[in-house]
Write a protein that binds this ligand. Structure first.
Ligand code: ATP
Ligand code: MG
Length: 498
């Protein structure tokens, strides 16, 4: 599948090694050797203004239609419409980033992002179905029913040491924190500048419908062929500009089954602490991408090993440090592996269930401490849930609809042990029963022992008829605990005491 990539990467190396032939342009060379991608300075695009501080990028490579596998039938018809319409209105427009990377890898892109030299207001004039959004990045959303095509304007450099005439307006539209984090980024530029501002080399890929070519600005094709996640530019600087790139490096490595290049991996552990500067709603979104896209377990392990987890979920990380293979680890592992299997089978998954599993033991531990302090079991559980959730919300803004579900799942765990009389029947009618039962099964797999018996009892109860259910309840002791195993345990104890 990747043959064309290997071929073109091989060809690129050849081009890079051989001296340019006098009197011949790069496109002349490409015309004489069809297998070679063209290396040129994005001719036909707005020329890059010379900047103080040379470009971080190598010369752009162009792969013409016969040198890549991207066909228009693999592209969202709405994204194509946006490209054609912008071109017709006289603007440059490209598909960019993940969608091109994924198409080259033979994967189905999650979304199609467009980039153009039209400014957001100009994009709005071209499309009636368009709304402008964002403060940090001002973007146009072109809406086609349920599909939204995001259209961004080429992003430029920040003013910094720039002394050209744009300095004043740039100073107003871009801003960064003392740690080098970019807070606002509405500086428009050329396609080359835009490519330089992208995160990884595999994401600085552009596709145009005006010539059906792929433009590779950062040797991304070579990185794809070498299965390498590599930041563009100096990794320290790029992580400081936007620490979320740490999470993105991890996510792409597992999603694409690639390695993070050594220089890109090296600063992650030290700089993970910068994630605390990221707004909590953005961290929630990024965490959902890490945990609900089929690679949750691999991402979790990488986050644990790089100390990213310590920043995001310190409550869980602390338990994992105390007992690396303990029940908190086992429950997380089970929950995440099950989630991955469900995603793989196209079954629905919810962040509520995953976060409930990741935070169960911090809640349980806190609740037990409060019971020792003299609180009732129910009060202790309520306070523990509130405390742990308040604590988490400071870092990750889990929306209320999910925290409410988490509370339901947690609160029902203790009710699942109390089954005497009509209680089990009532619980079964609860709309939240299914989630709570699934959660109990996970806990049983992590802990075994009495929880396994409890989960088995509930499984039998659900599938039994009325008489069978009554019989199951009759086997229970007054407090809802199964009589059978308890008698056996007492008997054993007596025998060993003899
Ligand atoms: P996927 O959609 O599969 O999550 P993606 O690479 O398309 O992966 P998006 O979040 O859709 O990721 O972003 C689209 C493109 O925007 C990326 O490919 C990258 O070029 C650029 N980009 C996104 N986030 C950043 C960032 N934090 N820093 C720099 N560039 C970014
Ligand atoms: Mg994308």
């Amino acid at each position: 599948m990747l043959d064309f990539l290997r071929r073109s990467v091989g060809a690129t190396k050849k081009v890079a090694k051989s001296k340019p032939q006098a009197g011949k342009t790069a496109s002349d060379n490409a015309a004489t050797d069809q297998a070679q991608p063209e290396r040129h300075k994005a001719s036909g695009h707005k020329a890059a203004r010379p900047k103080p501080g040379a470009s971080l990028l190598p010369a752009v490579q162009r792969l013409s239609r016969d040198q890549h596998n991207i066909s228009r039938k693999d592209i969202s018809p709405n994204a194509l419409k946006v490209l054609y319409r912008l071109n017709d209105a006289g603007f440059d427009a490209y598909l960019v980033g993940g969608c091109i990377r994924d198409l080259l890898l033979g994967l189905k892109p999650k979304d199609f992002d467009v980039v153009t030299n039209a400014e957001p207001e100009q994009v709005k004039q071209v499309f009636r179905n368009c709304r402008l959004i964002g403060r940090r990045f001002r973007l146009a959303h072109v809406v086609f029913g349920r599909e939204v095509i995001e259209v961004a304007t080429f992003r430029g450099h920040h003013s910094g040491s720039d002394d050209d005439e744009d300095t004043t307006p740039k100073a107003k539209t871009a801003s960064s924190s003392e740690q080098g984090q970019i807070l606002r980024d509405n500086v428009y530029g050329t396609i080359e500048e835009d490519a330089e501002r992208r995160d990884f080399t595999i994401n600085a890929l552009y596709y145009s419908v005006s010539d059906f070519s792929v433009y590779d600005f950062a040797n991304g094709l070579q990185a794809i062929a070498e299965r390498k996640i590599e930041l563009i530019g100096d990794p320290q600087t790029r992580y400081r500009e936007d620490p979320v790139r740490i999470l993105r490096a991890i996510r792409f490595a597992t999603k694409l089954n690639m390695q993070i290049a050594p220089a890109t991996a090296a600063p992650i552990t030290e700089l993970a602490v910068l994630l605390k500067n990221i707004p909590a709603p953005r961290l929630f979104d990024e965490l959902v991408k890490l945990l609900l896209a089929g690679k949750a377990f691999d991402n979790f392990m990488l986050m644990r090993d790089t100390r990213v987890l310590k920043q995001l979920l310190p409550q869980l990380d602390k338990l994992l440090k105390q007992e690396p293979e303990g029940k908190a680890f086992l429950l997380a592992t089970k929950a995440l592996q099950d989630t991955d299997a469900r995603v793989d089978a196209d079954k629905p998954v919810t962040p509520a269930f995953i976060f409930a599993a990741l935070l169960w033991y911090p809640v349980e531990r806190r609740s037990q401490a409060l019971v020792i302090d003299g609180l009732s079991e129910m009060d202790a559980m309520n306070i523990a849930m509130t405390e742990v959730l308040d604590d988490v919300q400071r870092t990750i803004a889990i929306p209320k609809r999910f925290t409410l579900s988490m509370r339901d799942i947690w609160a029902l765990q203790s009710r699942l042990t109390k089954r005497a009389g009509r209680r089990a029947f009532k619980l079964l009618e609860q709309p939240k029963f299914r989630g709570a039962f699934d959660f109990l099964q996970l806990r049983a797999q992590a802990e075994g022992g009495e929880l396994t018996e409890l989960a088995l009892w509930w499984e039998r109860f659900q599938f039994a008829d009325e008489a069978g259910r009554l019989q199951l309840i009759n086997q229970l002791g007054k407090d809802g605990i199964d009589k059978g195993p308890r008698r056996r345990r007492n008997y054993k104890r007596k025998r060993t005491a003899e």
